[in-house]
Design a binder for this molecule. Sequence first.
Ligand SMILES: Cc1ncc(C[n+]2csc(CCOP(=O)(O)OP(=O)(O)O)c2C)c(N)n1
Length: 269
Amino acid sequence: MNNLILPTKNTWCPGCGNFGIQRALGEAINKTDKNRTVLVTGIGCHGKMADYLNINSVYALHGRAIPVAEGVKMGNGDLQVVCCVGDGDTYNEGISHLLHAAKRNSDITVLVHDNRVFALTVNQPTLTSPKGFVSTTTPKGKKEEALNPLEVMLSVGATFVARSFAGKPEHLERIILEGMRHPGFSFIEILQPCVAWYSTMEIYNERAYEMEKEFLPLAEAKEKAQEWDYNNGERIPLGIFYKKEKEGFDKQLEKSFFVDTEKILEKSK
Ligand SMILES: Cc1ncc(C[n+]2csc(CCOP(=O)(O)OP(=O)(O)O)c2C)c(N)n1
């Protein structure tokens, strides 16, 4: 029984992929210390997770959930900090924050609810919408190709890179738990069907498969990430592509802070 799901009035569309993510995230948090967990969300349909899960939470500005989450973690390193962000939110509006947090290995877990559309504002394309995507601002189809966020994350030095699917809540729960336990930045791309603007459930059910071999060496992980580039590709691999042990940024900061302070005190004697 997922006792974190609140009976609050829910405005997600019936059949929305957010329900699968809510179930998986609630179950994963239940298996950790819920009272030590903080959820930071962006703005959009995904952001309502803050209202629908019984957990300490903060709504950030659109695209700015990641720096808020980093601040929470730096302020209190004992907390487990999880971010629910949208693809429009974090690949379009706030992509620089995502790159910097991944590069510096901030110890936060980022769940991207990637429905490949700005949903709450009723259908504009995002970086992961495919070429040809018809929307309110691209009535004749999107001219640009999509971005593959996994390739980007692997290139900037993210230490945990995974992909799951809202239609597989058990798989997603395992990946979220692994991500939360990873001592550094964990990036989890979640394929999320949007019943209103981009109904992909059938496509993902046909094409998405769980990789037999996970935790690949970096070059292999990059190659595997290219199997589906968000425009073309028949099969969509799911699972943990890459994981590397590296001290989280808050721990590195803590050490340098104390070392410097000690040196200053020593000099002032
Ligand atoms: C700085 C800023 N820009 C734009 C908006 C308007 N806005 C609110 S929700 C939203 C769409 C969010 O899309 P996405 O992040 O993909 O989340 P989804 O709704 O698909 O879950 C936008 C553009 C805003 N609130 N703040």
